[in-house]
Design a protein around this ligand. Structure first.
Ligand code: SAH
Length: 230
């Protein structure tokens, strides 16, 4: 079974939103598994300290390499085949392609940072792959981990219904998705485009493709350029 192990100072944040809807049903039905590990269980001393001041000075606190490694090592057996990730704004930006790659593997080990981040040596020493969910700073890796997990879990076999197969969605094929409409046929003076009511499936497919291309060109010139380069 696809299994995620999450290392965090806030295990109560999990499964959080992943306990509801499609991902939640799939979790209950055993289509995937989620374990959380409290980093503080391996904290040092009476106060179970997990962080310390940055070497070289500067603001904030840094998660200790020894504490993080002890936490990771205690819960992930030697030879665990799952990729080990660190949620990090310095990481490779998460893409749909990455989500597909992770979903087709055995699961994920995810470390959630806090404060100023984690001691660089644990990234090297435990071979952590840094993944970012976008160019902005969150207060911790938990919401980033939930985002990554949601993107992966919905792709697992049996999680999405057949009718929502996901093949048509934004980023699949390098395009943003075409616009959707449903009843009523007219709303606040805005009709559904005639084309969609024509019943001509080939024409509709062509129209949707044109819409998707126009949207991508306009909103995401970066995606459009990457497609042309292929
Ligand atoms: N000082 C760091 C930011 C620390 S934010 C810097 O400037 O790069 C605290 C933690 O939140 C990080 O260790 C990371 O785990 C998480 N985090 C913040 N923004 C993120 C993002 N965009 N993607 C993934 N994780 C993020």
């Amino acid at each position: 079974m696809w299994a995620a192990s999450v290392f965090t100072l806030y295990p109560e944040m999990f499964p959080g939103p992943l306990g509801a809807s499609m991902a939640g049903t799939a979790l209950t039905n055993g289509l995937w598994a989620l374990k959380t590990h409290n980093i503080r269980d391996h904290g040092l001393g009476r106060h179970r300290a997990v962080d310390d001041t940055p070497a070289g000075g500067g603001p904030g606190m840094v998660l200790r390499a020894d504490v993080l490694a002890a936490s990771l090592d205690a819960a992930t057996p030697l030879g665990d085949p799952r990729p080990r990730l660190l949620m990090s704004p310095r990481g490779k930006p998460l893409t749909q392609e990455m989500a597909r790659e992770f979903a087709s593997g055995p699961g994920l080990v995810i470390l959630c940072g806090r404060f100023e981040g984690v001691d660089e040596r644990v990234i090297e020493g435990r071979g952590l792959r840094e993944i970012s969910i976008g160019d902005y700073i969150l207060s911790g890796g938990e919401i980033a981990a939930l985002t990554l997990l949601d993107a992966c879990v919905r792709l697992l076999p049996g999680v999405m219904g057949k009718h929502e197969s996901g093949d048509d969605e934004s980023f699949e094929g390098g395009l943003l998705e075409y616009p959707h409409y449903t009843r009523p046929r007219e709303w606040e003076g805005r009709p559904i485009p005639d084309m969609l009511l024509s019943g001509d499936h080939a024409k509709i497919a062509r129209w949707r493709r044109e819409q998707a291309e126009a949207l991508t060109k306009e909103r995401r010139p970066d995606l459009w350029k990457a497609r042309e380069g292929q």
